[in-house]
Design a binder for this molecule. Structure first.
Ligand code: SAH
Length: 394
């Protein structure tokens, strides 16, 4: 077993069970891609077992803080079972569930989503890549499901020196699934959809959106960055009569239109706009349009805090336009999935946007990712999705 020795004082975050060891903390030691290492303090005390990433600035991701624990097939079986058991307690109203959420489940670099009877996994770091076969077998054993699709076609793998990969890891066959979320039917393709196929983290926010639309009697709804129209279906379910989905992905919009029909809604109540959101918001403003409810759910503008400045301006721009398009008494549901933008900063951005738009508004809810995408107390970096629901003063 290879050992990684830390510099003096650099053991503190591991003692608080934060699972990452950065390059600058390492005094000596190295290992192969994903190899299990023993991490110890400058004085030689055990800190954790972890996976070594030679190419990343995060050199080690901790597997376990227990010296007696062995990192083997049983270890992965136990961690996966615990993660799956936690989800079973949440009462999730969907057959699309995130079963493993990386660091939060003690499995850094692993994401597993279940869509119906298909499992989809992302192996995002050297450690999970090395244990891929063991993890795949343990996943099938723990869930009783026959098929596992790999979606390791993500940019972060480059930082680990790992190639992009996509395909069946266990089982085979069609990659289309029908999801049932709240009472809605949504189709997706685990091989072609964004991320692992769908944005499961917004599940509860889509459900709540339907309730708000109904409660407020919102008729005109603008769903920006709609992807396959989850929030649009929610709006129609809430009774909206004039829903516009805007996205720059043609295939995603085709699905959105399909979802309107699949759920039995009148297609005349829905319009799909294949366009850039920023340009569309400006155009709608020029046309003097107003909406009773607007969703802004953009892609990640700031992957890390280093991008926060530029991203803040981009968030401010779209929110300023969104607020201006809101009818008096209308609701803006605005989200940021950027790890680099804190909830506090997002609030400030919205306050600045409202000030410049000349709009006064109540915050009626503050939200995050659905609880199957949990955050743990010792890993603040786990916070990424945040949302503010603001109601324009009438
Ligand atoms: N709200 C969606 C998820 C949105 S993901 C849901 O609940 O499922 C972000 C979406 O933004 C993606 O579908 C992507 O195609 C789209 N997108 C990214 N940049 C865009 C732009 N400049 N204009 C319009 N859409 C954009």
């Amino acid at each position: 077993m290879k050992t990684i020795r830390l510099r003096d004082g650099k053991e503190r975050s591991l003692l608080r069970r934060h699972p990452w060891v950065f390059q600058g903390s390492v005094a000596k030691g190295a290992a192969d891609l994903g190899e299990t290492v023993r991490v110890e303090s400058a004085s030689g005390d055990f800190l954790c077992w972890g996976a070594y990433s030679p190419n990343s600035s995060i050199k080690v991701r901790a597997w376990s803080f227990e010296e007696a624990e062995r990192i083997d097939a049983d270890f992965f079986g136990r961690r996966l079972q615990a993660a799956i058991a936690m989800r079973a307690r949440l009462g999730i109203d969907s057959n699309g569930v995130r079963l493993v959420h990386g660091e939060a489940d003690g499995l850094p670099g692993l994401v597993v989503d279940r869509y119906g009877d298909i499992l989809v996994a992302q192996f995002l770091a050297a450690g999970t890549e090395r244990w891929k076969g063991v993890i795949a077998d343990a996943l099938l054993a723990a869930t009783g499901l026959p098929r596992l699709f790999e979606r390791s076609d993500v940019g972060v793998r480059q930082l680990e020196g790992l190639p992009s990969h996509k395909g069946w890891l266990r089982g085979e066959g069609g990659s289309e699934v029908e999801l049932s979320e709240s009472s809605w039917r949504l189709k997706l393709d685990v091989a072609e959809g964004h991320k692992t196929g769908y944005y499961l983290d917004q599940r509860d926010n889509r459900r709540d959106f339907a309730r708000w639309v109904k409660q407020l009697g919102a008729q005109r709804v603008l769903n920006c960055y709609s992807y396959t129209g989850g929030f649009s279906v929610a709006a129609l379910a809430g009774g909206a009569t004039d829903v516009t989905s805007v996205d720059s992905s043609g295939p995603a919009l085709a699905r959105a239109s399909e979802h309107v029909l699949l759920n039995g809604f009148n297609p005349a109540r829905h319009r799909a706009l294949d366009a850039d959101v920023n340009a569309t918001l400006r155009l709608l403003l020029k046309e003097g349009r107003q909406f009773d409810a607007i969703v802004l759910d953009p892609p990640k503008f700031a992957p890390s805090a280093a991008h926060a400045d530029r991203a803040s301006r981009a968030y401010k721009d779209i929110n300023l336009l969104g607020l201006k398009l809101l009818a008096p008494g209308g609701l803006l549901c605005t989200y940021s999935c950027s790890g680099g933008i804190s909830a506090e900063l997002f609030h400030k951005i919205l306050a600045g946007a409202a000030m410049d738009a000349g709009v006064d508004a109540y915050i009626v809810d503050r939200v995050g990712a659905a609880p199957d995408h949990p955050q743990t107390l010792c890993f603040p970096e786990g916070e990424y999705l945040k949302g503010l629901l603001v109601l324009r003063k009438g």
